[in-house]
Ligand binder design. Structure first.
Ligand SMILES: NC(=O)c1ccc[n+]([C@@H]2O[C@H](COP(=O)([O-])OP(=O)(O)OC[C@H]3O[C@@H](n4cnc5c(N)ncnc54)[C@H](O)[C@@H]3O)[C@@H](O)[C@H]2O)c1
Length: 433
């Protein structure tokens, strides 16, 4: 059992903090957001993530997990401090390290006995040195007052609790084997492969992994667009490819592209990291460009059905979050499609099982419906932009009755084209019809 301080209680910090508590550690989670901490103290989570609320309540009751806005309190009795604050994109694509820097500055005042600092946030190579330098300005010496490591996170929103307990691997990037061993003890109960690397390799593993996933999605979308030209079904193609062990089946779902808080941000950051070192990452740029183009293909499909202009056309949209299983709409491509349609003068009515509140804050002039049937009611076309399982189970006879035209554009290939055709729809998926 270890005493752990988790700094930042977002999607990563909260899940990981609660998970560490469940493994028997005593965890204090710290966040600067007072509203969030007040809610968490009562066992209420600020976003939707299956199984997380239960895990948090259980560990609060067992007095393994607590929440505070005071970093001083969090740091006081902890042996290991995990930093899990956000590292959003700057305008240039570069990772914004201001939250990490702020934590390092605060720690430089607060650390009074030896601590291990583990950076969970996704950060460029050089960040551990930067944190070390900041602590050094207040006389804190690496190796004596603290040590530092990189422990990047790979959980997926929507599966985050499962992923915490079943990680594919744990990466510990550290130049001190004793510190690496101490961190290993925390992760050992997870029974996952533990990979010790240099800090630089650990940080690059995170960027390279996310970039590779993005690459697979852009790749299969390119194949999907060719499939449409030659009359093949990309879902069959991807399935056939996935049997090959050298390829594997993950992240080969054609659709509107990759969105969310990480893939676009990390891809842009890696492009900038390379650029800053004088290397033009043309291949990575192509992955990003392909993603931006893919969003537009959805708009073309709507135009193919409804003709131009889209002015005053009513578009019904199912799905606003960047993927199913989450309430997160950060960098959601669904919202980007909506904005493109609005620019053409279309009117939007939308529904999402979990993301309505967050989408309301991010969108303008969208009518929010109470359920999918209300979305369809009077709409010229129905768009499916997030792959929520419950959309598969809708009464499509009723949807068809409510729509003005029997048109569906399925941007995530959620539905069966055959079933939709039998139900009397003109259906268009991505790479299949
Ligand atoms: N979200 C994911 O799916 C995911 C997966 C793997 C890795 N990551 C990486 O993990 C990091 C965190 O991502 P996230 O999605 O959890 O971010 P988030 O925005 O959901 O959460 C960050 C939290 O840090 C808090 N914070 C900011 N400054 C603080 C400070 N000085 N002290 C205490 N708390 C502070 C914020 O209030 C917020 O609650 C990022 O680097 C991200 O790239 C995210």
């Amino acid at each position: 059992m270890k005493n752990i301080c988790m700094v930042g209680t977002g999607y990563v910090g909260l899940v990981t903090g609660a998970g560490f508590a469940e493994l028997g550690n005593r965890v204090v989670c710290v966040d600067v957001d007072e509203g969030k901490i007040e809610k968490l103290k009562k066992g209420k989570i600020p976003f939707f993530e299956e199984g997380l609320e239960k895990l948090i309540r259980k560990n609060i009751e067992k007095e393994k997990l607590s929440f505070t806005t005071s970093l001083k309190e969090g740091v006081a009795n902890s042996e290991v401090i995990f930093i899990a604050v956000g590292t959003p994109s700057k305008e240039t694509g570069e990772a914004d390290l201001s939250y990490v820097i702020r934590v390092a500055e605060d720690l430089s005042f607060l650390i009074s006995d030896y601590k291990i600092i583990a950076v969970k946030s996704t950060v460029p190579v050089g960040t551990l040195e930067l944190v070390t330098e900041i602590l050094g300005k207040r006389g804190k010496v690496k190796g004596k007052d603290f040590d530092i490591a990189s422990t990047p996170e790979f959980l997926r929103e929507g599966n985050a609790v499962y992923d915490f307990f079943h990680p594919s691997r744990v990466i510990i990037g550290c130049d001190n084997s004793r510190v690496g061993k101490t961190l290993e003890e925390i992760f050992t109960p997870l029974k996952a492969p533990i990979v010790h690397t240099s800090p630089a390799a650990a940080q690059m593993i995170k960027y390279a992994s996310n970039t590779f996933l993005a690459c697979r999605i852009s790749f299969i979308n390119e194949i999907a667009n060719i499939c449409e030209k030659v009359g093949a079904d990309v879902v069959e193609v991807a399935k056939g490819m996935g049997y090959d062990k050298r390829i594997g089946e993950g992240y080969l779902n054609a659709g509107i592209g990759f969105g969310g808080p990480c893939l676009i941000k990390d891809l842009k950051a890696l492009i900038k990291i390379a650029e800053d070192k004088g290397y033009e990452a043309g291949f990575l740029k192509a992955i990003l460009e392909k993603n931006e183009h893919q969003i537009r293909t959805i708009v073309y499909k709507v135009k193919n059905f409804l003709g131009e202009p889209l002015y005053e056309k009513k578009i019904g949209v199912l799905g606003l979050t960047f993927k199913q299983g989450t309430s997160d709409v950060r960098n959601s491509l669904s919202l980007k499609v909506l904005e493109l349609l609005q620019k053409e003068g279309a009117r939007i009515k939308a529904y999402d099982p979990q993301g309505m509140e967050e989408a309301r804050n991010a969108l303008n002039e969208v009518e929010f419906a109470k359920d999918p049937y209300e979305v369809a009611d009077g709409s010229d076309i129905l768009l499916i932009l997030t792959g929520w399982e419950e959309f598969k189970k809708l009464d499509f006879k009723r949807i068809k009755r409510n729509l003005k035209n029997p048109f569906i554009v399925d941007g995530v290939n959620l539905l069966s084209p055959e079933r939709m055709r039998k139900a009397g729809f003109n259906y268009k998926g991505v790479g299949r019809s």
